[in-house]
Design a protein around this ligand. Sequence first.
Ligand code: HEM
Ligand SMILES: [Ca+2]
Length: 821
Amino acid sequence: MFRVSIYVVLILHIVLVTQISLRVAAFSLRQNDLTSENNESGRTHVHTTPASKPLLPPEDGGMSHHDMPPISGLLRKCAPCPDTVLCVPQIQCPAHVRMHDHEKPQICDLPGDKFGYCCTSGQNHTVSNQNKARRSTLPLILPVDVLEEARKNFKHLMQDIAQIPVHPGQPDFTHGIMFHSTPQEDLHQQQLSNNALQQVITSQVFSKKEHVPVDDFITNNVHVKFTKTPLGRHCGPPPICRNINDTYRSFDGTCNNPLPHRSLWGAAGQPMERLLPPAYEDGIWMPRMHSTDGSHLVSAREVSRALLSDIDRPHSKYNLLLMQFGQLLAHDISQTASVRLENGELVQCCTPGGLSHLPPHQTHFACMPISVSPDDEFYGSFGVRCLNFVRLGLVPSPDCQLSYGKQRSKVTHFVDASPVYGSNEQMAQSLRTFHGGRLSMFDDFGRQLLPLTRDRKACDSDEPGKTCFKSGDGRTNQIVSLITLHILLAREHNRVADALAILNPSASDEWLFQEARRIVIAEMQHITYNEYLPAIIGPMAMKRFRLVPQHHGYAQGYNIDINPAITNEFSGAAFRMGHSTVDGKFRIHRSQKSNIDEVINIPDVMFNPSRMRKQEFYDDMLRTLYTQPMQSVDSFITQGLSRFLFHGHSPFGLDLAAINIQRGRDQGLRSYNDYLEVMGQRKLQSFGQLPSEVGAKLARVYHTTDDIDLWVGGLLEKPVENGCVGNTFAEIIADQFARFKQGDRYFYEYNSTVNPGAFNLTQLHELRKVTMARLVCDNADHLTLNSVPLAAFVRPDFAGNSMIRCDDPNLPVVNLNAWRV
Ligand code: HEM
Ligand SMILES: [Ca+2]
């Protein structure tokens, strides 16, 4: 009785503190540690099921959680989760958003004074609908008349519209290269995507006929099959894995999960996952285009103009190498592709020169062009009123069931160095020499560069002498600094293969190749989890999401139920935070002592890598990357991306900020406010809750706080402690990398009970010594680069960091002797 009354007092106290602090400070699109919101979620759950979730009163009987000093042993406050259930951050239990109070999971303590959930529903956002009764009037099998009507609609949409392509040489054409892989792969993707689009159109026809509520489609609660119809030609069971215990992961990511029906989880070409159900307006594929008050959302270009200006804010700690590694990593784990014309060409949605939108009868159904206002201070001066934008291609339903549109990612979702090796066997083969386990390289007077390619699409150019490179990823030539890291990793592969060959003179090419690949993937994973992620999301999120690599022994945590797929929220918004870290210029120092010798505008080195042929450029570029600060993650984007992206010979280019916003709407990302809720925080009720300047800016382009695009809201948050991004992006990114760790059987830290290709403990101990600094040193030309910052992602002038010579014994080396067999 005494305890209960203390609870009541405490709850009331927390309610008051929460309400007051919410009003005064906690939010702001700049929250860092929203302790009051955490109290809020704690309060709710304690209140709903007090017996099972006691929030022990603090010792002095009255202090709010907010006021409490951080204490170790937080479990004193919450009962631990039952043995078989993990305590996870709320975002990893998204089903809670759709649950009634009495259904919500038990709360539990996480590091950093945060609450989590003892989550039994896993990451399935639709879980709360599982018990929802199916509408008995809905047919179980797709009616023939629906099928026929949808077939006609689809044919009309595909064939009766004008086939207006994008022409080479235009910025839009270059944009298309971002979706490019091999011609065969592109064709295959188009066939699948067309089948998926036909399915989506069928869902739309069905939904209209049967008056299916939007909510039923977005929560996968329509169970109508189209098996044995032409629509179902791509559905069927996943491939059977012949050898589930292969030492080496497959190139396309198949057969990672050992359960037969999950053999495609994380594989190239599989759909992206979602944290929350899509915000498609029809529940099926119509993009988010309207405000919650019914009016049209303001054009993505208007939002970009109003909120995302170009101001130089160099990061005080991190350098451009962090930005560049981020882009390479993004390409490892995600690549979408837009819908194409019937003949495979890119779709055009605007009239020539972007002067206006195409008339409706000529407009492709995947068009979602971005409107430009006549008073646009930049595009207005060129008369541009329309920016081309085409929606993303989809994946057909594997189970022959009507559903909402699911976007496809073309590369392996895992962190597995797929930009180096490709995302399918054929690509991997085309990159190998089949001698000594090596990758093919182009020997440029003694310097090893990536092989050259004749594929015109790699660079969109016929210019004689223009050199473009080939790697495992179609986006390699996008910017010269990205090529630099591709070269670095390919060289690392060959360096390791050569060392292994010396240690094992009789080893086969295949063994040397696969072992070197296994090592390079482990190095990529270790640098990602040990150096890159902590810099981006900060140490607390690393701990809460169990992402910190171990110093000794094997890691635990593989979970057969975790789908490692990339989430739409991650690829469509959170990880695009990287676009804010790009500097519009590279300031190249030709030698370690000289002042700046050349200033390069980034659009000049996009799909134009000829500088790489200059003897010292590779070293110079690496030195520039680790010396020059990256830009801070904030609402400022360089005009190199927001006005001149891929401009080529045109006076204006694309606006990547507007593209990101439009992409989020295309992908059906919900508004920023909904993601606050999934993290257990209070939704924003009014712009007045924000710092006045931010609130006023947002109010100019959004009608209500429920309209804020996720990418925009996330960028406006203040960075988390010792990290680069705000809390919302930190959580979405942390969740994603937790999926990659828990859902990847071949993760480098797992032992042989989980990982059939596990390293032995001596090898693992060596791999944990790898650093970005070591990779740079081991793979430089050593023409102008002989030293690196010890913490390679940190500016060398940042207190505590320092330059270290590549031959300094204090720079750890991975000793490959552990691979002598
Ligand atoms: C020079 C710098 C960069 C340029 C020019 C660039 C350009 C682009 C372009 C054109 C797209 C496709 C946009 C669309 O149509 O939706 C894209 C997508 C993306 N970018 Fe960047 N980007 C750069 C750097 C970065 C960095 C540093 C990161 C992260 C740290 C990043 C993360 C992403 C992600 C996650 C996507 C979505 C990929 C997908 O799923 O298809 N980018 N970028
Ligand atoms: Ca990958």
